[in-house]
Design a protein around this ligand. Structure first.
Ligand SMILES: Nc1ncnc2c1ncn2[C@@H]1O[C@H](COP(=O)(O)OP(=O)(O)O)[C@@H](O)[C@H]1O
Ligand SMILES: [Mg+2]
Length: 234
């Protein structure tokens, strides 16, 4: 089935999330509705504990909502098996975290290739895509370096290469600059903002980073308090 060009890449429909807490349950997300357009660049901001990471994990199908649905490219994930969701993630999503989560004993190329293992590419395609993604993040000449031979900013670029090597629909980043100094973080954000072929959802507590993205979703106590889209207003 073909999709309208402006159909959302991802839609969160009335999502709530409960965690067990002291014999009862704690509701940390309350009926969230959110649509992410195919080329949206969204900052998620809000106080610590307001539910940002939980929402990102649910959007990325890493965690199941207690109620509600996440619709990806028009397809509901509510009835998908864990295997279906793993396949969806390996095809459609890329993830970047504060800690880079690279394997220390293998070089940048192999780290990126590993991320492609379940996306249905041949070994040759994995190699080509890994090298091309490392080129795109400015690390073409560091492709054979292991993480220990790279700076923090370079390691995060490898993680970004891994997140984009399969040309995902959405890149999710949870505090991607949290372990970097300001200047390095700014250049990592420049790189993420330059990824115009995918939607981008970035959790940040850095106001300058949030302000550098066209749309800002502010969370408080498990609810969306404000959703400002400068491009939509223009
Ligand atoms: N696995 C979990 N079990 C129990 N409570 C959790 C779990 N994950 C998160 N929480 C709680 O959910 C709330 C929201 O957490 P989180 O999504 O990490 O917020 P943020 O990313 O905005 O700091 C917090 O109160 C946190 O303690
Ligand atoms: Mg968090």
């Amino acid at each position: 089935m073909t999709q309208a060009v402006d159909a959302p890449a991802l839609a969160v429909r009335n999502v709530s999330k409960d965690f067990p807490s002291g014999g009862g349950t704690l509701r940390v997300l309350h009926g969230i509705d959110l649509e992410i357009g195919p080329s949206a660049q969204v900052a998620i901001v809000g106080p610590s504990g307001s539910g940002k990471s939980t929402l990102l994990s649910i959007m990325g199908t890493l965690e199941n909502p207690t109620t509600g649905d996440v619709v990806v490219g028009g397809a509901s994930t509510a009835t998908m098996t864990d295997g279906d969701k793993a396949a969806l993630r390996s095809r459609a999503f890329g993830f970047v975290f504060q800690q880079f989560h690279l394997l220390e004993h293998i070089d940048a190329t192999r780290n990126v290739e590993l991320g492609l293992l379940y996306a249905g590419f041949t070994p040759k395609e994995r190699r080509e895509r890994a090298l091309s993604a490392l080129d795109r993040v400015g690390l073409g000449r560091r492709a054979d370096h292991r993480p220990g031979q790279l700076s923090g900013g370079e390691q995060q670029r490898v993680a970004i290469a891994r997140a984009i090597a399969h040309d995902p629909r959405v890149v999710f980043a949870d505090e991607p600059t949290g372990a970097l100094d300001q200047a390095t973080g700014a250049s990592v954000m420049d790189l993420l903002r330059g990824l115009t072929a995918t939607a981008l959802v970035v959790i940040t507590h850095d106001a300058a980073i949030a302000d550098s993205l066209p749309r800002r979703v502010r969370m408080r106590d498990g609810r969306i308090e404000q959703d400002v889209d400068q491009e939509a207003r223009a």
